[in-house]
Design a protein. Structure first.
Length: 551
């Protein structure tokens, strides 16, 4: 039996362990945290009186094919899988502005194109650029990936429509608008609107059987992440023989010029295995490889230092705990606040969480929120999130929430005229690992996301070292964007390097769109504009010439 040492118990590391264990390998996972989940973790801290907390906002799109397939294999209880019991129905995403129309219908807040504040010309130009990213192969990977998405749309849209559109990048794409690439944003929306096969779900306490497919909303977990996914996953893996070693991190790999012969842990212990999988964050991986210059100089591995050159991503989650029920006018509602300087997103957890999930002592309603932009100054202290103390951050988000007239309008319609300020707010909690100080905010574990500088440096799962593999959403995948799906796919692809029979589901792209992309590859190679631009120039000329001939 071959042995496998996996470093990192995030989504990618657990996915690799899942596949290796199914194939009969003897697997040990080493994790620096006391629990699994990486940047998808949840926690219950004693200082928060048992209130559940999440590292960040996260969801499951209709294109999460590999993720759902693995979820179906993890038991939730004696009769159901995690896929069956842990996923919510689709959420309704709305947009709430600082200014509002009190007579506006509630449903209008959840009609995306209407609420984007785009003019007709905005929508046309916005859609053309979006479609150009969908109908390109090499152009989007080699050129659009270097363009900032916000800056690419800015010249072709009205200021109001552009600001609303860019505000969706943080909560939807997972990268704030100051660093998201045009490639990343474009591929994200293509995956959502052209996802391929539908995913069927059983009936539950919220209704009959249902399915999720192209254009449908995103799903959330029905409880805290660790309690409803990772704890179940760890239990399943341990039953398969996987060993877990907590609160220990990889410090250095021992390389003899041909293969990895050992791994040095921060504790001073040495790990020996037949196969080594580095599934840590790319920041940790870069530091690990730098300890062995001969490794750091190899193809794929030498990509890590420029891969992390943009630094960590600052996206801070927080919780608002209420001592009374706060109703919302539409079920499973999430709200984006595009006028907030920190690009806030809100979601009331009790809308999807199971009734038996404890919200904390005295907590009746629990909202989770995420601040997605860290570089824009708030109005109270004039400081961006990245420079706030914890107390300043809390005061800034309270200001941005309480001044949002649309949020108050929706609450008044669902709570007999009561606004946000009328409810008893017990406490505001911030994810415990963020270290606030006047010198700036720092994460205990830096979080990486794709930017408009990183696409050329994405490594493959296979390295020049035969027994060294890589896994993580920062590696090359068919998903092609930083996401939970990419993390799962990367874990499977890492195992596929050793075991070619491992099944990996590729992303769907319609045949007609693939054909246009092939034509655009030719245009790109010839240094011509995008095929859509070429057609937009040629077609009017043909029409004019035809009219002249008829005349």
């Amino acid at each position: 039996m071959q042995t496998v040492a996996i470093f990192g118990a995030g989504v990618a590391g657990l996915s690799a362990a899942h596949e290796f264990s199914r194939l009969g390998y003897q697997v040990t996972i080493y994790e620096s945290n006391p629990d699994a989940g990486g940047f998808f973790r949840s926690a219950r801290m004693a200082k928060d009186e048992g209130m559940p907390s999440e590292y960040s906002w996260h969801g499951f799109g209709p294109w999460y094919h590999n993720t759902y397939e693995i979820m179906k294999q993890i038991p939730f209880d004696d009769n159901n899988s995690v896929y069956d019991k842990s996923l919510s129905r689709s959420i309704n995403y709305g947009i709430a502005y600082d200014q509002t129309n009190e007579d506006e219908d509630v449903n209008d807040s959840f009609r995306m194109l209407k609420r984007f504040r785009m003019t007709t010309w905005d929508k046309m130009r916005w859609a053309i650029l979006l479609f150009k990213t969908w109908s390109a192969n090499n152009r989007t990977k080699e050129y659009y990936s270097r363009l900032n998405a916000s800056e690419a749309w800015k010249p072709i849209m009205s200021d109001r429509g552009w600001k609303t559109w860019r505000a969706t990048f943080g909560p939807w794409v997972g990268s704030d608008w100051t660093r998201a690439s045009l490639h990343h944003v474009g591929q994200f929306f293509r995956h959502n609107l052209m996802s391929g096969e539908r995913h069927d779900h059983k009936g539950d306490d919220q209704g009959e059987e249902w399915s999720q497919g192209s254009g449908d909303g995103w799903l959330l977990l029905r409880g805290p992440s660790n309690e409803f996914w990772f704890d179940k996953w760890i239990k399943y893996l341990q039953e398969k023989g996987v060993k877990m070693v907590w609160q220990t991190s990889l410090q250095k790999l021992v390389y003899d010029g041909k293969s990895i012969t050992g791994a040095c842990l921060a504790s001073g212990d040495m790990v020996c295995a037949d196969i080594y999988v580095v599934a840590t964050s790319p920041f940790s991986a870069a530091d690990i490889f730098d300890q062995t210059p001969e490794l750091a100089a190899l193809d794929e591995l030498r990509l890590f230092r420029p891969l992390v050159g943009d630094g960590p991503h600052t996206q801070v989650s927080f919780r608002l705990a209420f001592s009374e029920r706060v109703s919302w006018p539409k079920e499973r509602s999430a709200l984006l606040l595009p006028d907030s300087e920190f690009n806030l997103t809100l979601f009331p957890e009790e809308q999807v969480w199971s009734d038996d999930v404890a919200l904390g002592d005295g907590v009746i309603s629990l909202w989770t929120g995420t601040a997605c932009v860290a570089s824009v100054p708030g109005k109270i202290y004039g400081l961006p999130l990245a420079r706030c103390t914890k107390e300043q951050f809390i005061e800034e988000i309270k200001d941005q929430l309480f001044r949002c007239a649309d949020l108050n309008r929706l609450l008044k319609q669902a709570n007999q005229g009561r606004e946000l300020k009328d409810f008893s707010l017990l406490r505001i909690e911030v994810w415990h690992e963020w270290q606030f100080s006047s010198a700036g905010i720092k994460p205990r574990q830096p979080k990486w996301v794709m930017s408009n500088h990183t696409q050329p440096y994405l490594p493959t799962q296979q390295t020049p070292v035969s027994n060294l593999l890589l896994a993580g959403a920062h590696t090359k995948t068919d998903a092609d964007i930083w996401s939970i799906e990419a993390a799962v796919e990367s874990g499977r692809r890492a195992v596929k390097v050793i075991e070619p029979g491992v099944h990996v589901i590729t992303q769907y792209k319609p045949a007609w769109l693939r054909a246009i992309s092939v034509i655009d590859d030719i245009c790109f190679r010839l240094r011509l504009p995008h095929i859509i631009d070429v057609l937009l120039c040629i077609v009017p000329v043909i029409i004019i010439l035809s009219l002249v001939r008829l005349a």
